[in-house]
Design a protein around this ligand. Structure first.
Ligand code: AMP
Length: 500
């Protein structure tokens, strides 16, 4: 039997770990607390130790100041800045702690069954994660002691778990609305090969936005002149959000519910109907529909709404009836499938199945970002795209640029990424990923050719090569994830802590 490899869904709200059983079926491994998913929440205690998971989520209710949740939304955000008990909190470190906890629990479980621990994993990432975010996720896995064999997009993993056999010959869309993020991917299965045609999503759209809106609505119904944003730093915020989440889940089953919460030590009850909740959230639901349309419009393989045969709903938030209703209106001819009974475990299971698949070639994905080189178009500095959004992973493209001045012996190569579908955009709309000088020996006249190649590997990692100056000068530039210092800090801080 092939060596077992974990499939891990490092989720915004919950994480989940699975492995293939000897019967050839994936199974999810329960955490220490006995649950199949682990809240992606980390709590810092005043002794310098951390709790990850259910207990951290419970403590968040009374102490949001020392709790970190929804960290996945911040991966790749250079401005994220939080300190707890004097320690710098980074998305890299928190993600590593979550991974460490789920893997340690799974290995303990295996040990109890007389099985060897596993240290290899396939980790899932949102389809819209760019090169930097993917690299940070990989680094977090390595800090947690894992050999990360591959990162695969979450919707792809969900589709694999759903079963590519039943999708043979179909064009389908995975609609994944989780706790903090929204992800869509349009795919097609041909002869068992899964090919992604387009993807889109929103880093900042998910169940928690429904919770916050519900909390605000409850304040209003109870005559409280306050908004959740105003109290979110306070101790009571976490508990109010949990009450809102409970009420939201209730409204997926009943047409009305009472949301009970306390504010400034007074108890309140807000009676909320599903209709009112749906009205309140119609813009957010519409936003997901707009992103579905945009993915269809921007697919490199021309597509129309009527080409989508099936829509698979995954992510806990797709349990909400308002989601299904809106999709049915937009896609009247598509079959809509709520992924079995466990949309929250499908991604980890799919990753475990993927890890056991013999050839990597069975999945083809497309880039959620465009990557370009900083250059001048007349006097305007632009990023000229060598990899376009929607290009397949594995694409290698070359382009020619020219030097601007006489006698140059170097140029600074600046690599940018952005989410646009255009061929070039102003650098002010892009993120600078890396910059490095490319130098040569003999001065060259103005207008000399510089050849630059971008290779987006099958892992979604960007590699850049440049050449100029008559002599062949190549250099490699791997787009970095977190800095070396950040990695070292994370390793140090994690080593000095008990993670429970
Ligand atoms: P995930 O990231 O896929 O685990 O999804 C977690 C999100 O799904 C959280 O925002 C939950 O509140 C939400 N969720 C889970 N179950 C339900 C439900 N029955 N109705 C509405 N939202 C739900």
């Amino acid at each position: 039997m092939q060596e077992p490899i974990y499939g891990i869904d490092l989720g915004t709200t919950n994480s989940c770990i699975a492995v293939m059983g000897e019967d050839g079926e994936p199974y999810v491994i329960e955490n220490f607390e006995g649950y199949k998913t682990t809240p992606s929440v980390v709590y810092y205690d005043d002794m310098g130790n951390v709790l990850v998971g259910d207990e951290a989520k419970r403590l968040m209710g009374g102490d949001s100041e020392h709790t970190v949740a929804f960290i996945k939304r911040e991966i790749g955000n250079p401005n994220y800045n939080r300190v707890i008990y004097g320690e710098n909190i980074t998305p890299l470190k928190i993600s590593a702690m979550i991974l460490k906890k789920v893997v340690a629990d799974a290995n303990d479980q295996r040990k109890a069954e007389g099985l060897e621990p596993i240290n290899k994993a396939v980790i899932t990432v949102p389809a819209y994660f760019g090169s930097t975010e993917c690299e940070i996720t990989r680094q977090a896995g390595e800090i947690a002691g894992l050999e990360v064999l591959k990162l695969i997009p979450e919707p792809t993993a969900a589709a694999i778990s759903y079963g590519t056999k039943s999708l043979e010959g179909k064009t389908f869309m995975v609609y994944d609305l989780g706790g903090g993020t929204f992800d869509i991917s349009i795919m097609r299965v041909n002869n068992g090969q899964l090919e992604e045609l387009a993807n889109d999503g929103d880093h900042h759209l998910g169940g928690v936005d429904w919770d916050i809106a519900l909390a605000d609505y409850a304040f209003q119904l109870c005559g409280l002149d306050v908004s959740f944003a105003e109290i979110q730093e306070t101790i009571q915020a976490g508990r109010i959000l949990l009450s809102a989440e409970q009420a939201k889940k209730m409204l997926s089953r009943s047409t009305e519910t009472n949301m009970k919460f306390s504010y400034n030590r007074h108890p309140y009850t807000a009676k909320i109907t599903r209709d009112a909740f749906e009205n309140l959230m119609s813009d957010s639901v519409d936003q997901t529909i707009l992103l579905m349309r945009r993915a269809i419009k921007n697919s490199k393989t021309p597509l129309q709404i009527s080409d989508i045969d099936e829509i698979i709903l995954v992510g806990g938030s797709s349990y909400m009836p308002m989601i299904r209703k809106a999709i049915e209106v937009e896609f009247p001819n598509a079959k809509i499938t709520l992924d079995r009974l466990k949309p929250d475990q499908a991604v980890a299971e799919g990753a475990a199945i993927y890890a056991s698949m013999p050839q990597e070639k069975t999945v083809q994905t497309v880039s959620p970002c465009a990557y370009g080189l900083g250059c001048y178009n007349q006097d305007k500095k632009v990023s000229s795209h060598l990899i376009n959004r929607g290009d397949k992973y594995g694409t290698l493209n070359k382009d020619m640029f020219t030097t601007r001045n006489d006698n140059q012996t170097s140029v600074n190569l600046e690599i940018y990424s952005d989410r646009s579908y255009e061929a070039e955009v102003s650098v002010s709309r892009c993120k600078l990923l890396a910059s490095k000088p490319l130098s040569w020996v003999k001065p060259v006249p103005k207008g000399s050719r510089i050849e630059v190649s971008f290779h987006l590997t099958s892992d979604g990692i960007l590699k850049v090569y440049g050449e100029c100056g008559g002599t062949k000068i190549n250099f490699d530039l791997d787009v970095q994830g977190a800095s070396q210092k950040e990695v070292e800090d994370a390793i140090n801080d994690i080593q000095n802590k008990t993670i429970g």
